[in-house]
Design a protein around this ligand. Structure first.
Ligand SMILES: Nc1nc2c(ncn2[C@@H]2O[C@H](COP(=O)(O)OP(=O)(O)OP(=O)(O)O)[C@@H](O)[C@H]2O)c(=O)[nH]1
Length: 303
């Protein structure tokens, strides 16, 4: 599957972020809990070297809870502070301040040795388009301070948000584009809605989702769409189309309409909490969980 990226925007955003990084102590890196490694930007690692890091496994409410725990363990093992959250809920973000202090312990101690007291930690929220940066900033700041939208690329403007509890947040999130090299990562990003829909073939994408779900979450499709036959991806899409009355102009089945329904329901979590990838070496699932861990796209071993 070929995905069109935006090199112009990307270069500009990256340059901007390099400038902003000089101003901050901590990177709050938002990644999508459903596909954490695919939704990470490799540059952010190098650009943010030497900075403390808090990783937010965002949209955790849409991802498999067990897999969320595995990712939390995985990134904690890499030395980051980690929080799995639904950023739309302030209660999910209560721990942010404590985790920020923990992530910046060295800086705070260094300040103390130099006799600097109560200098707030300055942080920047960074992540790929549509991962939830504005939503996170709004919730953590407790007011509608950053514009949110459900299409990638809506964040504009720049200012600091003083949270008054030892934390200043740069109001302009660093937008970085995800990985380019791995086509499978591209498919996961398309599935979670981080790549503009117009750029993708919905039917092809939905067939990839069906193939994945059949193996990793075998009960999900049959339960939701009352399938009679589950042995073939195209047949499944056809049944979804029939059951949902998806017809094209001439009365024939519309695979595009059925695909749009399937993708939309997956993205909204209507199909349940589903993780598209899990860290290598994670625990195996019990059969009751409904997910076969061996079949969830394994990632992250190389970091
Ligand atoms: N279910 C769920 N939805 C979320 C969460 N966080 C954000 N969203 C939704 O995801 C969509 C994108 O959120 P934004 O905050 O606009 O994302 P952004 O990263 O600022 O997007 P850009 O401006 O494109 O870079 C919105 O529809 C949010 O309501 C979350 O934790 N869980």
């Amino acid at each position: 599957m070929e995905i069109q990226w935006y090199p112009g925007h990307m270069t500009k955003a990256k340059r901007q972020m390099q400038e902003d990084l000089k101003l901050i102590d901590l990177i709050i890196e938002l990644i999508d809990a459903r596909a954490p490694e695919s939704s990470r930007n490799p540059d952010i690692r190098h650009m943010g070297e030497g900075k403390a890091r808090l990783i937010i496994l965002n949209k955790a409410d849409l991802a498999d809870e067990r897999v969320n725990r595995e990712w939390k363990q995985f990134y904690t093992g890499q030395g980051a502070q980690v929080l799995a959250a639904d950023s739309r809920k302030k209660t999910d973000l209560k721990q942010v301040q404590a985790l920020v202090q923990e992530a910046c312990r060295e800086k705070i101690a260094r300040d103390a040795r130099r006799g600097i007291k109560n200098r707030p930690v300055r942080a920047m929220v960074a992540g790929i388009p549509n991962v939830g940066k504005s939503t996170f900033i709004n919730s953590v700041a407790g007011r509608a301070s950053a514009k949110t939208g459900n299409k990638p690329g809506v964040t504009k403007g720049k200012q600091w948000i003083h949270l008054g509890r030892g934390l200043d947040l740069l109001d302009t999130p660093g937008i970085l584009w995800p990985k380019f090299d791995d086509p499978e990562a591209g498919v996961r990003l398309a599935l979670i809605g981080s790549v503009k829909d117009e750029l993708l073939n919905a039917a092809e994408l939905s067939l990839r989702l069906i193939g994945f779900l059949r193996e990793a979450y075998p009960q999900v499709l049959a339960g939701r769409y009352h399938l009679e036959e589950t042995g073939n991806d195209v047949r499944i899409l056809e049944q979804i189309a029939r059951n949902r009355n998806c017809l094209a102009g001439g009365g024939e089945i519309s695979y595009d309409k059925a695909s749009a329904i399937l993708l939309d329901e997956f993205r909204k979590g209507v199909l349940g909490r589903i993780s598209l990838e899990r860290p290598a070496g994670g625990e195996t699932f019990s059969p009751e969980s409904g997910a076969d861990a061996e079949n969830i796209g394994k990632q992250g071993g190389g970091n």
